[in-house]
Design a protein around this ligand. Structure first.
Ligand SMILES: Nc1nc2c(ncn2[C@@H]2O[C@H](COP(=O)(O)OP(=O)(O)OP(=O)(O)O)[C@@H](O)[C@H]2O)c(=O)[nH]1
Length: 809
């Protein structure tokens, strides 16, 4: 029989030792103090008393392990089988005692009662004998457990161990075992009593705890709805983002045919595939290079929120003396001064006028297409509308056509102002007729081009012209967001002795303010002062407003773009890095298309169209050449004639070619001095010809990559033959000494004897001692053989040369 000390028993039933001693005294059991040992019958007596409160459940508790074997049959096998079997059969008494204790903790009285005694029948005798002891002991425990919420049972069963363990030193390790078992999934809280009515009820109440315990399926994190990444992710990074095991992802990749490791870098496609499989949305965050100012312009374009209508920016173009300046002045004088009394017009490169209905129009006041194209060549897309001035008494002239082509190349809508209508010789119909030939068909004749008859001198028709400008811009839906930080372009800039760098900026989006940290081209600074086109100091300038600013560290160029940054530090960093980048770029200037690099550019997919400017001595030839050239099409690349004309190649042709990445073809004409210089500066390829079919052939060959490279010979060194050796199968080896430059293995050679070239061919072998040499430099000895030449003699000079490709002119 198990012995137990008074204090242990008292602890089990949650009473004081004193109380138990008193009870024992009442029961006539002699004990001296709390350390006294209680015999089995004494324990039973006590149980008899305390059991009345905790009562019968203990029986059940004890019976439970037994019952498990029996009840296993009716229980869901997974739950009960494992535990009872191990408990009842393998465990000595001590163990089984503790088990019920822990089990009983989790089980309320009602449940345990229903456990039939028959359960014990299935137990081996030895076990069942030990059970009663455990029953009695565990009963009080059961009593305790009643008061505990079921959810606590598992946790509490462990702390219970020491208390049970104190029953005897022997039992301690055993106890541990028992509790280990209990702690197993499906342990205590999965009572075999499921099939018992009372317990089933109880079980249901405990419902939520039961399924949580068994073979704990890893609780998976909820999948995010969306993840973002920049450039790529490794498997482990992706796994963290979506909260799944890397192994799971690797498996998925494997199933997709991609072998990967945990650190494998996944590209966009792989990330998207995996995420699609999980139903997670993916977004790639594009890293923005803030030193690339164009990025700010691109992002502004695709951002329609907060956009408001902005005034159009207009450039006036046309032939010399057709009235551009007069028109600009006329508009300015009537509109600007009228609107702003007392304003003194300031020529800052652009001005803004207010039209009757309060709408504004900005004019770039450098007339002509040179400025327009220069700006475009630098990447600035400033102009929204072009007014093409054509004098009604003169008609379409060469520069009119140039202007049309410049505007077309920039894809800017054209409004034709038929000027000098006040003149008696004015013939607007002739202008209309002539322009039709250049693709500008008047609305009156069923075309789409707006023609406005005006007189820049008298001001007639100017209101109508401005109205038309607004109409065209309305169609174009010109928008900007005045709330954002300003971006725009430089109209003109210069160094002022007093003010330093002065630049006229056209705000294209956002609002520019005094104090703004700004990067302009490769310069940077803070906007120190702003002056508008009326010479007035202003604090801010909204979209399409031209202002002159000071505060830059250097003078930018017309056409440079500007961007305002949040803070000066960033502006400085960007400005400085752009300046150093510009230096590097200057060295490796982006190659303009030339016939020599055309094929490479086509291969790299950089070219969709080959832009050509055709200039010839007579118009007829121009047309013939243009139409033949347009028929050429190689590998999906078309020829596009962007401008033609009779006469010399001018600077304007070069600037258009530079802005449009075009080649200039001159037939029986030459570039003038300025054009030559400009072409050299801008790297524009000019091809001069005298025979038409040669022109066509050259372009076609260039597009096919068939242009034969031109070579010139370059002597790289010389060697003197000091000794010769005849070797069978090899030939004559010339033991030589390099006297000049070097000899290279792949160089061509000439054999010179008494100043006469007696043989020209290639080196066969070149050796330093026994080793093959790629090169042998001056002052070294070498052994060489020459292909197909064995008559080499002592004293011969071997001259080495290479063929160098020369740039075509
Ligand atoms: N009668 C008349 N003369 C005009 C009109 N517009 C301009 N002119 C005259 O034409 C001449 C040339 O005018 P500009 O405005 O200088 O012409 P432009 O196109 O600016 O010339 P460039 O600056 O040389 O390219 C001047 O003498 C003007 O007075 C007009 O509507 N009617």
């Amino acid at each position: 029989m198990t012995k137990i000390r008074v204090h242990e028993y008292a602890k089990q039933i949650d009473k004081s030792s004193k109380e138990v001693i008193e009870q024992l005294t009442k029961l006539n059991v002699e004990v001296t103090n709390h350390m006294s040992t209680l015999e089995g019958d004494a324990v039973q007596k006590l149980d008899g008393i305390y059991k009345k409160t905790a009562g019968q459940p203990n029986k059940v508790v004890q019976a439970k392990p037994q019952a498990q074997t029996t009840s296993n049959q009716s229980k869901p096998s997974g739950q009960s089988q494992s535990r009872p079997a191990s408990q009842s059969q393998s465990r000595p008494t001590g163990q089984s005692q503790s088990r019920p204790a822990s089990q009983s903790q989790s089980r309320p009285t009602g449940q345990s009662q229903s456990r039939p005694a028959s359960q014990s029948q299935s137990r081996p005798t030895g076990q069942s004998q030990s059970r009663p002891a455990s029953q009695t002991q565990s009963r009080p425990t059961t009593g305790q457990s009643q008061s505990r919420p079921s959810g606590q049972n598992q946790g509490q069963s462990k702390p219970a161990t020491p208390s049970t363990a104190t029953q005897g030193t022997n039992s301690q390790p055993k106890e541990k075992k028992v509790f280990t078992n209990n702690a197993r999934p499906g342990g205590n809280s999965r009572p075999g009593g499921q099939n018992r009515p009372g317990q089933r009820f109880q079980k249901r109440r405990k419902g939520p705890t039961t399924p949580v315990q068994p073979p704990v399926p890893r609780k998976e994190r909820e999948l995010p709805a969306k993840i973002t990444f920049t450039e790529s992710l490794t498997v482990i990074e992706l796994s963290k983002k979506i909260g799944r095991e890397p192994a799971e992802i690797i498996k998925k990749l494997f199933l997709l045919g991609v072998m990967s490791t945990i650190n494998q870098v996944l590209d966009k496609d792989a990330i998207e595939l995996i995420c699609a499989d999980y139903g997670v949305e993916v977004e790639e965050e594009i890293k923005i290079d803030i030193t690339d100012l164009d990025v700010f312009f691109e992002s502004a374009e695709g951002n329609p929120e907060d956009s408001e209508e902005r005034p159009p920016v207009v450039t006036i173009m046309g032939h010399v003396d057709h009235g551009k300046t007069t028109l600009l002045d006329s508009i300015r004088n009537t509109k600007v001064t009228a609107g702003e009394a007392g304003g003194i017009t300031q020529h800052i490169g652009a001005y803004q006028v207010v039209v009757e209905n309060g709408k504004k129009i900005t004019f770039l006041d450098t007339p002509g297409h040179a400025a327009f194209t220069t700006m475009r060549a630098r990447g600035a897309k400033v102009t929204d509308v072009t007014i093409l001035v054509v004098a009604a008494d003169d008609g379409v002239m060469p520069q009119t056509v140039e202007a049309i082509n410049h505007a077309k190349a920039a894809e800017v809508p054209i409004i034709v102002a038929v000027n000098k209508m006040d003149k008696p010789s004015a013939n607007p119909d002739k202008v209309m007729q002539e322009l039709t030939e250049h693709g500008l068909v008047s609305e009156a004749w069923g075309g789409e081009t707006i023609f406005v008859p005006i007189s820049a001198l008298t001001g007639d028709g100017i209101d109508n012209l401005l109205e038309m400008v607004l109409l065209v811009s309305e169609v174009a839906e010109l928008k900007a967001n005045p709330k954002r930080l300003a971006i725009g372009s430089v109209i003109e800039a210069q160094l002022d002795k007093g003010k330093g760098s002065v630049a006229t900026l056209l705000v294209q989006d956002g609002t520019l303010r005094v104090g703004d940290p700004i990067v302009v081209g490769h310069s940077f600074g803070r906007v120190r002062a702003m002056i508008n086109d009326l010479g007035r100091r202003v604090k801010e300038a909204g979209p399409s407003t031209p202002v002159e600013i000071t505060g830059l560290n250097e003078v930018p160029k017309a056409g440079d773009r500007f961007v305002v940054f949040e803070d000066e530090k960033t502006a400085r960093q960007v400005g400085e890095s752009r300046a150093s980048e510009a230096q590097v770029n200057q060295r490796s200037e982006k190659t303009r298309v030339t016939l020599d690099n055309l094929f490479d550019q086509m291969k790299q997919g950089e070219m969709k169209e080959l832009n050509i400017i055709v200039k010839a001595d007579v118009q007829g030839t121009v047309e013939a050449m243009a139409s033949s050239l347009m028929k050429i099409e190689v590998e999906g690349v078309n020829v596009r004639i962007i401008h033609t004309g009779a006469g010399a190649i001018t600077e304007s042709d070069i600037s258009l070619a530079a802005a449009s990445n075009a080649i200039v073809i001159g037939f029986n004409v030459r570039p003038d001095l300025n054009a030559k210089r400009a072409a050299e500066e801008d790297g524009v390829d000019i091809r001069l010809h005298k025979i038409i079919y040669k022109v066509i052939e050259e372009i076609e060959f260039a597009m096919k990559g068939l242009l034969d490279p031109e070579y010139q010979e370059k002597i790289i060194g010389q060697a003197e033959v000091r000794e010769t050796f005849k070797v069978s199968k090899v030939g004559t080896i010339a033991g030589s000494y390099v006297t000049e430059g070097k000899l290279a293995r792949d160089s061509g050679v000439r054999v010179i004897r008494d100043s006469i070239v007696i043989f020209e061919g290639e080196l066969d072998t070149l050796k330093r001692f026994k080793d093959d040499a790629k090169e042998v430099a001056k002052g070294y000895e070498c052994g060489l053989t020459i292909k197909n030449f064995n008559e080499i003699k002592e004293g011969d000079i071997v001259e080495a040369f290479i063929m160098e490709e020369i740039k075509r002119k």
